[in-house]
Ligand binder design. Structure first.
Ligand SMILES: [Zn+2]
Length: 150
């Protein structure tokens, strides 16, 4: 079952690897992409409503610090998860990326602007590991990419 958690002062709906995002959530996302993100070792999906009455938005949390997300799922289900476990996370969104150098198209999870963690965003960015170069030609991606999915 998806679980409501308060993270960085906002209520999010957290999806474990086995949870399905309900079709009536109102959030826009691609089912095929969602299926690929669900069990990713460094990503977990969530929905957040930025204002009451607004539709929910679909994002992912991303960890690059080796966080055991299967264990985290277990603590979420058990209700023992703490805010501290999100200290290494950043918020990402799914995007199609085109390399400016070689023209390759690929799917990425890129850093999102300001849904969560705005207060210590720079610290989190400085501590996070990003994918820096195109997997095809090695050129700079020119954006903060958390994961390449293809
Ligand atoms: Zn390239």
């Amino acid at each position: 079952m998806p679980t409501e958690l308060t993270v960085a002062g906002k209520v999010i709906t957290y999806f474990t690897a086995d949870d399905v995002v309900p079709p009536d959530s109102g959030a826009r996302f691609d089912r095929l992409v969602d299926a690929r993100l669900a069990k990713h070792p460094r990503l977990r999906r969530f929905l957040v409503r930025l204002r009451p009455g607004w539709p929910a938005f679909y994002y992912v949390l991303h960890w690059s610090n080796g966080m055991d997300l299967a264990a985290l799922d277990g603590r979420v289900i058990a209700g023992t998860v703490t805010e501290e476990e999100f200290s290494g996370a950043l918020v990402g969104e799914f995007l199609d990326h085109v390399c400016m150098e070689c023209g390759a198209h690929f799917e990425v999870v890129a850093l999102e602007g300001g849904v969560l963690f705005t207060a210590d965003r720079q610290k989190r960015i400085s501590e996070h590991t990003f994918v820096e170069s195109c997997p095809f030609c090695g050129a700079s991606l020119r954006r903060l990419v958390l994961e390449i999915l293809t």
